[in-house]
Design a protein around this ligand. Sequence first.
Ligand code: PA5
Length: 450
Amino acid sequence: MSKLSVDISNIYEFVSNKQVFAYKEEMIRNQELLETKTGKGNEFLGWLNLPSSITSEELGKIDNVAKDLISKSEVVVVVGIGGSYLGAKAAIEALNNSFASLCNNKNNPIVLFAGQNICEDYHKELLELLDSRSYSIVVISKSGTTTEPAIAFRLLKQHLEKKVGKAEASQRIVAITDKSKGALRKLADQEGYRTFIISDDIGGRYSVLTPVGLLPIAIAGFSISDMIAGARDAEKHTSADVRFDENPACIYAAARNALYRKGKNVEVMVNYTPKLHFLTEWWKQLYGESEGKENKGIFPAGVDFTSDLHSMGQYIQEGERILFETVISVGSPIKNLVIPDDPDNLDQLNFLSGKRYSEVNRMAELGTILAHIDGGVPSIKITIPELNPYWLGYTMYFFERACALSGYTINVNPFDQPGVEEYKKNMFALLGKPGFEAKGKELRKRLGEF
Ligand code: PA5
């Protein structure tokens, strides 16, 4: 099976091959820290050998629960935020028909999400939609105490119980949470929901290849076995046994760190298919939460081309020279569409007649990379042959591994996220949570008392 390729030839006008290869020894050390579980955050390495250790029985159990929910539901609402949301969303968007929600595919329910924001309109409109649909719920929270999914689940649970009765609702709710801790575990045990466990040693943003990602992906109708097969190959191809120069995770981690050292503080993930928009969102969380701490870390940003060439393209071409880009290039599209000839040729575009859409997109990609290099933006290119479950599983594992290696390179713990607690404290204080009174008073004063 072929590897995902990482092409760094378009960064050499900015950093030398020698500067990238200067990271070789460090990457070998970092790989050892991971495999011997002796680096920072080593209690969160459950994801590392997950693809090779997950069994077909475990995958079968996920598929069986998915089949049951599929048979009962027009819609499945997945409740979760951050790492308990983005992996499933990214995979489903990447693999689905672009217009899945309008396609009337009778085989699989539409997967919708809730609790990934606290927007009143979003949740009210969701409930209004669900009034007339048969639906089930997958509620995902490792801690079982996160505010956004917890309040969304309150709403949905009550809505579903009212609609189908408590007994039937408990058959239509599946919880994915800690094996023993947290409010969701308690509730699931009390109500008799079916559950899957998120292992203690896997953090949210590294959990896409656990039931957190796999159950919603299976419900949407995609092969989780193929996804794991891809991830398993990625685990092999990025392991410590693979030489630095043949190891895509090491090369990517080394290249981005070489650029970072040269003042390229922002990495812009670029795609040329809108299906990858949420893969970028998932990647932003993975890299942003893993590296952005102790006043360090590359800022992960994302654009969808060619749409954003008509907006952010200007900044990338001519703004502050603090950027490098990482292009995810997909080898071939799944479908075939040819640009028609137009006898009037008023738009003067008949030179494109007979060409495939993907050829135009490819030339946009190649031309843009060169323009950006000329404008001072180095470009890393990651190529996957096609968008299918195998390559998605491969790509996601590859990014996880490279992220851990990168985090160790800047000497941070890539598996914690202490910074995300600050907003929560302020929000609770402003909402009058017991125990936060003094903080609430202080914040209201700063906000000009309201
Ligand atoms: O990466 C992380 O750990 C976070 O993004 C969490 O996944 C997110 O905060 C949701 O947490 P929980 O699953 O505990 O509700």
